[in-house]
Ligand binder design. Sequence first.
Ligand code: NAG
Ligand code: NAG
Ligand code: NAG
Ligand code: NAG
Ligand code: NAG
Ligand code: NAG
Ligand code: NAG
Ligand code: NAG
Ligand code: NAG
Ligand code: NAG
Length: 874
Amino acid sequence: MTLNWAFMAISSSSKHAIVIFVALILLSNRANCDDSLHANKGNTCLESERRALIAIKSDMYDPGEWLSSWTGYDCCKWRGVACDNVTGYVTRLDLHYPDEYNPWVEIIFVYDYEYNPWVSIGASKVNPSLFELKHLRYLDLSFNNFSYSHVPHMIASLVRLEYLNLSNAFFYGLIPPVLGNLSHIQHLDLGNCYTFPSTLFSNNLSWLSNLNSLQYLDMSCVNLSKATNWLHQINLIPTLQVLLLRHASLPCVPPSLPTFNLTSLTRLDLSGYEWNISASMLRWLSHASNLEHLDLSGCLGLFDAEALSVALGALHNLRKLVLVETQIAGEFSTILKNVSRMLQYLDLRWNFLLSGEISTILSILPRRLEFLNLDNNNIYGRIPEMLGNYTSLRHLSMFYTQITGDIPRTIGKLIHLEYLDLSGNDITGEIPSNVGNLTNLEVLYLSRTNITGSIPESLGNVVYLKFLDLSENKITGEIPNTLGSLEKMLQLDLHANLLTGQIPTTIGRIFNLSYLDVSENHLTGEIPITIDRISNLSYLDVSENYLIGEIPKTFGRLCNLWMLDLSLNNIIGELANLLDGLSNCPQGAALSYLRIADNNLSGIIPSNLGLLAQLEELDLSSNSLQGHFRAMFQDYTNSNPCHDNNLQCAMAPMGSYRPKDKILITAKGSTYEYIRILSLVTSIDLSHNNLSGEIPNELMMLRDLHFLSLSNNHLTGTIPENIAVLTELFSLDLSMNNLTGTIPSNLSALNFLSHLNLSFNNLSGRIPTGNQFLTFDDPAIYAGNKDLCGWPLPECPSDEAQRGPLHARDDDDGNGSKLEKVLDYAFIAMGFIIGFWAYWGAMIMKKSIRIALFQMADRIYDWIYVQLAVKFGR
Ligand SMILES: *[C@@H]1O[C@H](CO)[C@@H](O)[C@H](O)[C@H]1NC(C)=O
Ligand SMILES: *[C@@H]1O[C@H](CO)[C@@H](O)[C@H](O)[C@H]1NC(C)=O
Ligand SMILES: *[C@@H]1O[C@H](CO)[C@@H](O)[C@H](O)[C@H]1NC(C)=O
Ligand SMILES: *[C@@H]1O[C@H](CO)[C@@H](O)[C@H](O)[C@H]1NC(C)=O
Ligand SMILES: *[C@@H]1O[C@H](CO)[C@@H](O)[C@H](O)[C@H]1NC(C)=O
Ligand SMILES: *[C@@H]1O[C@H](CO)[C@@H](O)[C@H](O)[C@H]1NC(C)=O
Ligand SMILES: *[C@@H]1O[C@H](CO)[C@@H](O)[C@H](O)[C@H]1NC(C)=O
Ligand SMILES: *[C@@H]1O[C@H](CO)[C@@H](O)[C@H](O)[C@H]1NC(C)=O
Ligand SMILES: *[C@@H]1O[C@H](CO)[C@@H](O)[C@H](O)[C@H]1NC(C)=O
Ligand SMILES: *[C@@H]1O[C@H](CO)[C@@H](O)[C@H](O)[C@H]1NC(C)=O
């Protein structure tokens, strides 16, 4: 009440006074609280420790406001803090970065300049106040960014610590041996695998032997290459249960090994150990009778199949065995013949020197197996009926092996299966209809096999299915309507099959779908309008079918669509439908790849094409588009303050912005408005249409353009003089138009240009010389322009006295001219090399290969997704 009154009565100029007034009230309240807190100390935190925590917070940067609860007086209630409920001392401090860092995510988005992989909390140094918290038993600083500072020695003064997690916190240098003072420590995590190359090292592990309560030790990716005695020193810690030393650059072990002492060991990871894992080391290991998880992946010196077999035979409690990419040669059955009957998890990917028949391998493995991965191995033979006996299987992956024959019907018994991948095998026959019984399945990959028959309708029962890839097979029949029941599906890939009929309208029910590829089939009918309901759709490829009708108007609602390919169909109508819709997307359209080549589109190129601010590739070639090419830029020129195509003027404001948000300032009335333009476009193909008019100056705003084809249209006018501003251009095709005038001489400044076609126009005058033009020695480039002259065409009439550029100096014999000649050739070579690689480099990122990359990344994503899904349940 009083405050309300105050606000009404006091003029706005006194607002500062009010703020101060309110602040005073709040402060006085706090003072009262403080008094009351001091009264019952035991239950809340100590003031000195609270101050220490505040000091620690002041050194952390915390963009996620993760520490926002760190206010008020009872620090024991702060996030990540816990106190002893009797003494009130802070015993637990958990400041780890909350979201697990995922290195794969970075790989997937490595081409996405806007992606910021890791906003970490953290500090450039560890605040010394930390060491005032003497009663800490649990300290977790993992996944922060301490900017390559040293691990502070003072941590060793926190002698009550039982748990210390410094993993992946960007520490640098020697792990201080005083950590050996932490005699109560049970869990010590110094794993450092997300910084590469490794930034932490230890040259002598003798300090570890003081830690006689240690149960868990992770020194993965710590450089231990100088710790020659590592095995003996670790062998002195019989309390160890978990030992993770993956990629720790461990040095080789001397032949004489100590008696095995690690009798409590349940988990051992030595993956990436490069030295010889000798028979004696395997014998030493075989005494680990409690071992449940063993990972020897990437151990390049693991050769002895027989000794490994004996060791595995002794590990009676082994539940998980990971042997990815080793150098062992021989038969899988040799290694596995005595493997523990407790085995649940077996990962044997990428063992190129091992081979075996699938039925023999299966017959050795225990029935309780839940996870089996044999990808990329030399495994042959038919999948046996007996597969159906492994009813505990959740994950079965055998892609790119030599397996042949049909998928046995008994697969329907694997009702716990969540992941099935048999891609890239010579599998024949049909997909058994009882896959519909696998109701827990989330991932089904059967691409690149020789599967025939139709897609079983029963797949519609597999309601948890998220990823279905049946691409590149010989599947016939129609896409079953029942797939529409798979509401959880994220990715549906049926491309390159022999599917017929229409795309079912039920597809619109798969709300979550983000990737749909039915290209390269024999599909007919229209694209179902229901697709507009799949608002997450980001990838849609229906190219190379026999689809008819117009682009559905409702497509314009697909604001998340990133790639749309309708090429090689019989689509008619205008592009405007699509653009009018997309222009209403609240966040702007995501469309980056628009490919509608080889259809029967008519009408003009819509003027609002520029609304596609993310567009990188535009392929509308081989349609019946008409009108002035200029139309596509119309919206800008109408409101452009820089009239008369004064390009310098139009380009000027762009310089002041970073490339990623290139924008063009245009005028609307008297106020300036920012309009994003097609500034990201790298590829435009409008060849084989009926476009007319001149090549508009606005085209030169597309500074990232690599590929431009306008061939086979009716373009008139001249090649713009300033085309040389398109410095990234590597392919330019203007052939089969009605262009006149000369070839602009500054075109030769385009160093990356490696493909040029100007044939069949009405160009005249001398062909430019020098630089990149020296590489264009094929007269066909200029054919059909009767008034062009100069190398590589016949010399120009007016130049009879002189010679072409290459031969002009032949008569000269001076040293200076020799040098020039050498330079000339050097330029040719350079021009060629730069042009060649720019062209092919960019082609690599084009079309099919780019899609392949995308799919690979997607697979990795799928894999992570499935791992997480399996880990956390549904
Ligand atoms: C203190 O906490 C421990 C463990 O959280 C609990 O077992 C114990 O009962 C608590 N003691 C008191 C006095 O609250
Ligand atoms: C960590 O901090 C350093 C220096 O402050 C910085 O250069 C580096 O990029 C940061 N790393 C990450 C992953 O945030
Ligand atoms: C480690 O222990 C030694 C011997 O007890 C002691 O002298 C040293 O000060 C301790 N170091 C730290 C950092 O606490
Ligand atoms: C240390 O922290 C990381 C990430 O916060 C976690 O993955 C790891 O399991 C922790 N180590 C231990 C021993 O708990
Ligand atoms: C490792 O350190 C211990 C104790 O500091 C020392 O006795 C031993 O000689 C060292 N070993 C090596 C190989 O340097
Ligand atoms: C086994 O561990 C104990 C305790 O650290 C140690 O005394 C003993 O020497 C070790 N034995 C071997 C063979 O390393
Ligand atoms: C294993 O599967 C085969 C073929 O399906 C069957 O004949 C056999 O009885 C099964 N064995 C066991 C032990 O279940
Ligand atoms: C499919 O069969 C053909 C012909 O037998 C064979 O050449 C091809 O390698 C097979 N495909 C796969 C993926 O094994
Ligand atoms: C498995 O699928 C077949 C055919 O779809 C069906 O007849 C059978 O009842 C199913 N079995 C179970 C256990 O669900
Ligand atoms: C070029 O222009 C001439 C005359 O204007 C016209 O007859 C001819 O058809 C045009 N050629 C093309 C390919 O448009």
